[in-house]
Design a protein around this ligand. Structure first.
Ligand SMILES: Cc1cc2nc3c(=O)[nH]c(=O)nc-3n(C[C@H](O)[C@H](O)[C@H](O)COP(=O)(O)OP(=O)(O)OC[C@H]3O[C@@H](n4cnc5c(N)ncnc54)[C@H](O)[C@@H]3O)c2cc1C
Ligand code: SF4
Length: 349
């Protein structure tokens, strides 16, 4: 069993961990609850990824093929771990399909859950057909068409509302979801590319296109694609008599109420903790931090450590994370899992 690492979750973090385990000379058993691998970018049909601009189906599809063609990885799809016995170096996992897996360590790449915009009813999602989420907008872009879901007309104006389900204490989401500013500025440019006549407005509290994304996404979308940025506090989204959507709020720069009509309103939804985290915490015996994400051990010397020895965590399971960083964390968790097993083998010999 000390030659095997159990990886739970087949998103970018888990795929990277499974490949990392076999690259380091051990075997991986990958358990994914859905019937397809790829995690959120595949399951939710993301379009072109930031920052690479590559289609999610190609980029993450490549990672999936690498794992599926790797003889060192055994994949269980449509499966969960229902029980984990043992300790670091000798775990036994019972799977929901009745099989058992013996593994020396475990990597959790169980990711996040998209914020459900229904929990922000005053912003119109679920009430008006033309209020959609970023994942729905990405599916439109993938289909090569920007049109109002209600009647198929090409929108004159699209509003993208940032921080929907993030940075919102009223609904218990105190975190910044880290990537949605960049995803939204990119989406604004993609809308313009497909529909040059459409005007795109981004409503924001702050813009957090961190690091190198400031130039590549924030400035470019403003200067080259003429995206309009409105610093505002939004009160509600309603419908006018002519059927268009009205975004009502306060322009916080000039401190005046503003009401602008739009044809489509996009919610830039955030990243909630995986809704199954209480179950994952119970089954694997790992702790949760105060927002409900999986908790880490000491940051600097116990890289990717969970609160339980022998169990490591990577990617958005730990908090809002980008794909690039989830992939890196998957690799580093794999290295921890393998090197700790090697140390146990050495101690025993
Ligand atoms: C709208 C939106 C757009 C985004 N676009 C980008 C982008 O362009 N670029 C970028 O860098 N980031 C983007 N992100 C962030 C990106 O989605 C995450 O960084 C990435 O999905 C994290 O990968 P992960 O493997 O940690 O988690 P996930 O992608 O959530 O994968 C977790 C996997 O674990 C599985 N799983 C969960 N629980 C269990 C369980 N109990 N047992 C077995 N399997 C389980 C899930 O089914 C899933 O397959 C976006 C986020 C949002 C909200
Ligand atoms: S990344 Fe931007 S949109 Fe997303 S929560 Fe942070 S500030 Fe809001």
């Amino acid at each position: 069993m000390q030659d095997t690492v159990l990886v739970v979750g087949g998103g970018p973090a888990g795929l990277s961990a499974a490949s990392g385990v076999t690259a380091a000379g051990k075997k991986a058993v990958l358990v994914e609850k859905e019937d397809v691998l790829g995690g959120a970018p595949i399951l939710s049909g993301y379009g072109k990824l930031v920052p690479s601009g590559e289609w999610a189906s190609d980029a993450i599809g490549r990672m999936v093929s690498n794992v599926e063609n790797d003889n060192g990885v055994t994949v269980h799809k449509g499966t969960k771990v229902s029980k984990l016995d043992g300790e670091a170096g000798s775990f036994t996992a019972t799977l929901s399909n009745g099989e058992t897996v013996e593994a020396g360590s475990v990597v959790l790449g169980t990711g996040f859950t998209h914020f459900d915009s229904i929990n922000k009813p005053e912003w119109g999602f679920g009430t008006y057909e033309d209020v959609i989420t970023t994942t729905q907008a990405e599916q439109m872009i993938t289909a090569g068409k920007v049109s109002c879901p209600s009647d198929g007309r090409v929108p004159e104006r699209v509003a993208i509302l940032l921080c929907v389900g993030s940075r919102d204490r009223q609904i218990g989401r105190e975190w910044c979801s880290k990537i949605c500013c960049t995803v939204s500025t990119n989406l604004a440019m993609e809308i313009k590319e497909i529909s040059p006549e459409t005007e795109v407005f981004i409503y924001y509290m702050d813009i957090r296109t961190f690091g190198l994304y400031e130039d590549k996404f924030y400035w470019k979308s403003q200067e080259e694609f003429k995206t309009k940025f409105v610093k505002a506090r939004i009160a509600e989204v309603t419908r006018s008599n002519d059927g268009r959507l009205l975004v009502k709020g306060e322009d916080t720069l000039v401190k005046r109420p503003i009401v602008i009509p739009f044809d489509i309103v996009v919610h830039a939804i955030g990243m909630d903790p995986n809704e199954e985290n209480p179950e994952i915490s119970r089954v694997f015996g790992v702790g949760l931090e105060r927002h409900g994400y999986l908790d880490r051990s000491e940051h600097y010397t116990n890289t990717n450590g969970s609160t339980r020895p022998g169990i490591y965590v990577a990617g958005a399971a730990l908090g809002p994370e980008t794909i690039d960083d989830s992939i890196s964390q998957g690799r580093s968790a794999a290295l921890r899992a393998v090197s700790d097993l090697n140390a146990l083998v050495q101690q025993a010999s």
